[in-house]
Design a protein around this ligand. Sequence first.
Ligand SMILES: [Zn+2]
Ligand SMILES: [Zn+2]
Length: 251
Amino acid sequence: MRRSKPLFGLYFFVIGFCTCLVMIALARSLGDSDRKETKLSKATTFYKLGQCPDCKVISTRHWKVGKLKDNNDLHLESGKRMGIKPFASNAEMEKELPGLLRRRKLKALDEKAGSYRLKNLTHSQPYLVPKAVDLLEEIGERFHGKLKEMNLPAYYLMVSSALRTNESQQGLGKRNINATQNESSHIYGTSFDISYKEFLPKHEKPAPEGFCRHDMMRHPLAEVLTEMSKEGRCLVIREVKQACFHITVLE
Ligand SMILES: [Zn+2]
Ligand SMILES: [Zn+2]
């Protein structure tokens, strides 16, 4: 009986010690998950307008940008020369699409492989003639190259329109005066639109209202388009109403 007391004390000591170890381990693991969370939230940081560090870097440099106002008739001419026979209706497109893809007259835009993401395409389909897909990919690569030169992270281009049918083009005309005034080269699958108001960071979460959507990125993009126009690779129109560059493949 006399010896059981110190033994009792020893048990207490061991249990207390183990509890302490468990508590310390728990606290450390909680600390770790805290750190992970801040890292995650840092990767998806949204900046208030005018406070985005990447856009600030862009704004400090002089960009060599041309007028980017090629006549729409030239876009149409290139579309007729290099594109597909326009689809009268969406139903016709759905019927003929598999064959055109099989014969490599059209190619699907593959966001996963590219430097771009598709916006919600309400009046167009994510297909273009293969040379226009190549052009879009090269624009993206050269755009990323310019960002890399300045040690900036990559941003995705946002494609806001691609292949249209005559039917979807007319549907657009109801809301959009520009589309009815001019015939559009989108029906030939040779043209696509890239937004100049919105660029998507690698985390792919669009910024909420009032936060930077990285429109400063339009400058390096416009410089790429200026260079590629001079090289005779594409035609470009800066569309003010749709806030996009309308681009047609030229060769
Ligand atoms: Zn920004
Ligand atoms: Zn367009």
